[in-house]
Design a protein around this ligand. Sequence first.
Ligand SMILES: NC(=O)CCC(=O)C(=O)O
Length: 306
Amino acid sequence: MIIQNLVRNSPLCTRRGTTYNFGQFKMSTKIKAALIQCNVGKDKLENLKSVSKLIETAKQKGAELVALPECFNSPYGTNFFKEYAETIPDGPSSKMLAEHAKKHNIYLVGGTIPERDNGKIYNTCTVWNPNGELIAKYRKIHLFDIDIPGGITFKESEILSAGRELATFHIKDMKVGLGICYDMRFEELAKLYRLSECKLLIYPGAFNMTTGPMHWELIQRSRANDNQVYVLAISPARGDKGYIAWGHSQITDPWGKVMVSAGHEEEIIYGDIDETECDKVRQQIPISNQRRLDLYDTIKRSTSKI
Ligand SMILES: NC(=O)CCC(=O)C(=O)O
């Protein structure tokens, strides 16, 4: 009886005569995620080797989804991007990622690497499935160009080109959206993923010692709460030279609560992602059905009257 009600009420199931078609019935996905906050140095091969070991450790602890930070194969800095850039999927970093996804039978979100393509360089995230196949590629859309006097000045656009496309993939039945670091400041990107039914957003990132303490946690909780999605953000460990990363990789649940966060040294954090939590919060606080889309445009057109 319960199953029949579920079927009748489900828009995903259709009735053929007296037989219910379960072909499209959607299962809820539960998955153990590991976020690898690794040290990154100047020796690329050394970076790849040490990340390989950390991926193995994460697998041994039961992770099915493993995610790496922004620029895991090279130091983060405009003076490094050209030297460390590789083509995808035939460069050494891609090969290592494909091999480890397959060997450990995991979904592997390959942080980011500087990608060379057609004379341009992008900051690119790749995702590999348990067969070692490339299932998503995302190029950072919003380049990190900021200037805070006495704090930090950075201009990715001096070297990097910006991506122009969103990227999603599925883990079992759960849809996942990708962004990279500075992208998390743009609520429009997260909203587009939410509108396309994503339940999990993953941002490899490397905030810094000026904006990290102010915004890193706040932004992730905001994106999670606004969109009722899980948010994973994966930072490199804090080094002591060049660009100093804030660290504090974080898993935030769809209620906007920080489930777990790292310190600033090399560390792996783990968390269970349960798609039904998104369904629960979306049902109990149904903001997506309560938007006044009938009003916003009218109000926007007459803002002079506000
Ligand atoms: N790598 C980045 O995009 C850094 C973004 C950042 O630090 C910020 O404050 O935003």
